[in-house]
Design a protein around this ligand. Structure first.
Ligand code: NAD
Length: 321
């Protein structure tokens, strides 16, 4: 199949592109290298993809692409580009969130309406639930985002479902819960924790560490995304989580074991937009997609640690010429 994947240089997008190519698909990947984190990290994410004969890379902002021409050959779209990050979404940078998360999604959907695309898969987020009281969070639980980022992700999701209802555009949304593993974004907690350990700094934790998350290993997410490509129903929303609710404080013993370091923790103020708990009900994805997370937290963290050590060694090499 011919696939369009937006956000291909990012954490999740680059893993998805690798798996799609391994399955024999032709992938056109788009990314504009937003400056949310360093370009060299995104270029490294792309390194295995660029030489592949079935991969085409377009450096562009989705908002500025000739999407009608691009979509002519495409059967399935994975719309993964976004301005991510809860904490950065307050204040002036909200414009970036409007541009990358809402405007780009609307343009893509408008162009897709006039195309022969068979499926559009939108990367949504657990942030659409906000500080939901219902745990685990069901796809039918109320969506009341707690951050501007969550508002824009929910708006993107609503746009997808509107185009399905009004025009029959075959869109579906996957709500990812805190994804981690190799290539995790530098603003995310595990990446920051490992980086602090590497540089022998204390770990900064927002709040008292009793907040819980449903951490999902990247390979599990990609399994779920590919399964949605095969079995996901247009007009539907699916949670993709790790299936376990884990407090941040429970993670630290794993970090010590994996890195062999004693860690020191600085507990600081909770951040605006951070919710106390996330926990995904994954029964729907299990039943309809055959989704089954396979990786334990310890396995996933080990893989992230190994990757991160290599990443920053290379950075040092570069700096030292
Ligand atoms: P990421 O920042 O690593 O990747 C996103 C990529 O999209 C970046 O490379 C960026 O340059 C690109 N991009 C942004 N706007 C663009 C535009 N207008 N045109 C072209 N490229 C653009 O983020 P990620 O963690 O890989 O997240 C991927 C998707 O999954 C996002 O939609 C995000 O909202 C969603 N998500 C991620 C998580 C998570 O835990 N990582 C959780 C829930 C949802």
């Amino acid at each position: 199949m011919r696939v369009l994947l937006t956000g291909v240089a990012g954490f999740i997008g680059s893993h998805l592109a690798e798996r799609l190519l391994a399955e024999g698909h032709h992938v056109t990947g788009v990314d504009c290298f937003t400056d949310y984190y360093a370009r060299w990290i995104k270029e490294k994410n792309l390194a295995n993809l660029l030489p592949h004969p079935a991969f085409t890379f377009i450096e562009a902002d989705v908002n500025n692409l000739d999407l009608s021409s691009l979509l002519k050959e495409i059967e399935i779209v994975f719309h993964f580009s976004a301005q991510a990050g809860v904490r950065a979404s307050w204040g002036q940078s909200f414009d970036e969130y409007l541009h990358h998360n809402i405007a780009a999604t609307q343009k893509l959907l408008e162009a897709a309406r006039k195309s022969e695309v068979k499926k559009i898969i939108y990367a949504s987020s657990s942030s659409v639930y906000g500080a939901c009281q219902e745990l685990p969070m069901q796809e039918t639980s109320p969506c009341r985002p707690y951050s501007p980022y969550g508002v824009t992700k929910l708006a993107g999701e609503h746009l997808c479902l509107l185009y399905y209802k009004n025009y029959g555009l075959p869109c579906l949304a996957l709500r990812f819960f805190t994804v981690y593993g190799p290539r995790q974004r530098p603003d995310m907690a595990f990446h920051k924790f490992f980086r602090s350990i590497l540089t022998q700094q204390p770990l900064n934790v927002f709040g008292n560490g009793q907040q819980t998350r449903d951490f999902t290993y990247i390979e599990d997410i990609i399994d779920g995304v590919l399964a949605a490509g095969h079995h996901g129903q247009p007009g539907e929303v699916y949670n993709l989580g790790g299936g376990q609710q884990i407090a941040l404080n429970e993670v630290f013993p794993y970090l010590e074991k994996i890195t062999g370091s004693q860690i020191k923790i600085n507990y600081t103020h909770p951040q605006s937009g951070d919710v106390p708990h996330t926990f995904a009900a994954i029964d729907k994805a299990r039943k309809e997609l055959g989704y089954q997370p396979r990786f334990s937290l310890e396995e996933g963290l080990k893989a992230e640690w190994e990757w991160l050590k290599m990443l920053y060694n290379k950075e040092d090499e570069k700096r030292n010429g």
